[in-house]
Design a binder for this molecule. Structure first.
Ligand SMILES: NC(=O)c1ccc[n+]([C@@H]2O[C@H](COP(=O)([O-])OP(=O)(O)OC[C@H]3O[C@@H](n4cnc5c(N)ncnc54)[C@H](OP(=O)(O)O)[C@@H]3O)[C@@H](O)[C@H]2O)c1
Length: 408
């Protein structure tokens, strides 16, 4: 009856099992008699025990790594160009310290987690969980790997490796060379997804590009307009506007086309969510945008992509010359890479969005679909790949597409 045997063993605690195993005897499920344990049964039992132990360990590791990821998210909108990172210090299955990277230039997650532990001596018996590989170089702060070694932490569990060239596996190596047990790849997918923009910026040397627009149920992004005196169609509701502003706060830069800037006079700032306004970018080939527009109010750093040479004596607006005879998308992305702006939100209009879609340089498209119909107007861009996520919020549909590299 192997089935009965398996069930019985898998219900044992590791300790109970060990007691039986040590005597090389097994309690028969049919009577209270000890029977000698055959070699094959013993091997099976040992592997079952290992499997169960491993499963339990994975559950424990994942529980603490989830907490790291949850903590890391508190830094959203404040850490760029740095990644969001969370860390916890665990002793005997209990969290005794935790922290996250709050803002670029401030202490890293490991430093905050370690300094939150009341009794420093406990660190010598604890495990440090961290969602990203500890750094090994002197940046704005000293290396975290050095701190971990100095504090005598014997075990470190890491979510994913840091692709940043000055770290890239060196942090892990430093810890291992110091005799620290290091476990890597716990919830690796989730830990990488947390910092999609940061990862892509390091590996592909360009910002993570999100395309965003709101459209009517019949696929228009605005009515036909030729003057800023006619207000644009308002698809967003106060509820859905909060989402737009959250997306802005999570982006390092935000871009609009010339006609959108001319007709809408947008400020592109973060008002309905907490966080920093992204650097504003606008295309203005012929420099025809009026200087009294919100984009030139000097409240947020602003870049104008143009074919002309111009300098703003006040330094509030930067004019970047592009070659408009070739695709401007790669030139824009290059200019953002040079300025260490690792995520870009393209907020329209249709012509500009379509240029990004055609170039293949986009990673995600977020579309808010209102139940309203326009029957005619500016046609919404056409998306080539399938929806990966959709939800209803505030009476509107939200469609999120991700760009598979195979689509190119
Ligand atoms: N519902 C929404 O989410 C949403 C969002 C944004 C905008 N909108 C609406 O969309 C409308 C504007 O869209 P649109 O398609 O007409 O204009 P757009 O994409 O905002 O701007 C396009 C203009 O940018 C300039 N440009 C120069 N080089 C370019 C290039 N390589 N790629 C793209 N643009 C380049 C061109 O103007 P020049 O020829 O003058 O250089 C071009 O006509 C407005 O009605 C606005 O309210 C709706």
């Amino acid at each position: 009856m192997p089935g009965t045997f398996h069930r019985q063993v898998s219900n044992f605690s590791p300790y109970t099992f060990q007691l039986f195993f040590e005597g090389e005897r097994f309690l028969s499920p049919y009577g209270k008699r000890f029977v000698p344990m055959g070699r094959s049964i013993r091997i099976k039992a040992v592997s079952l025990f290992r499997l169960k132990y491993k499963k339990e360990m994975i559950q424990i590791e994942e529980k603490f790594m989830s907490r790291c990821i949850e903590l890391a998210r508190h830094g959203a909108g404040h850490t760029a160009p740095n990644p969001m990172v969370g860390a916890v210090v665990v002793l005997g299955n209990k969290i005794i310290g935790e922290g996250y990277h709050r803002r670029c230039g401030e202490a890293h997650a490991e430093v905050n987690a370690i300094s939150s532990v009341r009794d420093e001596r406990l660190l010598r018996e604890s495990t440090l969980y961290v969602s990203l590989e500890p750094c090994s170089h002197y940046g704005k702060t000293p290396p975290c790997a050095e701190l971990i070694i100095r504090k005598g932490i014997p075990r470190v569990v890491v979510g994913c490796l840091d692709p940043f060239p000055e770290v890239a596996g060196r942090g892990i190596r430093m810890l291992r060379e110091a005799g620290i047990e290091v476990v890597t790849g716990v919830m690796e997918h989730e830990a990488r997804a947390l910092n999609e923009a940061f990862m892509l910026f390091q590996t592909e040397k360009r910002p993570f590009v999100t395309l965003k627009w709101a459209e009517s149920a019949d696929g228009f992004i605005d009515a036909f307009r030729s003057s800023p005196d006619v207000a644009p169609i308002q698809f967003s509701t106060p509820e859905t506007q909060v989402r737009v502003h959250k997306l802005r706060a999570e982006s390092a830069a935000i871009l609009v086309g010339t006609r959108t800037a001319l007709l809408d006079n947008p400020s592109l700032s973060v008002r309905h969510w907490s966080g920093k306004s992204p650097v504003r970018l606008v295309i203005d080939r012929e420099l025809k945008l009026p200087e009294h527009y919100h984009l030139f109010d000097g409240t947020v750093p602003t870049l104008v992509y143009t074919s002309r040479l111009k300098k703003d004596p006040s330094g509030k607006v930067e004019y970047v010359q592009l070659d408009f005879k070739v695709s401007i998308v790669q030139q824009i992305l290059q200019s953002l890479y040079e300025r260490k702006l690792n995520s870009l939100l393209v907020e329209g209009g249709a012509t500009l969005l379509q240029q990004f879609l055609a170039s293949g340089y986009w990673d995600r498209a977020v579309i808010e679909r209102s139940p309203m119909c326009l029957f005619e107007g500016v046609k919404a861009p056409a998306i080539p790949s399938g929806v990966v996520h959709s939800e209803r919020f505030g009476g509107h549909d939200y469609l999120v597409y991700t760009h598979s590299r195979k689509d190119n």
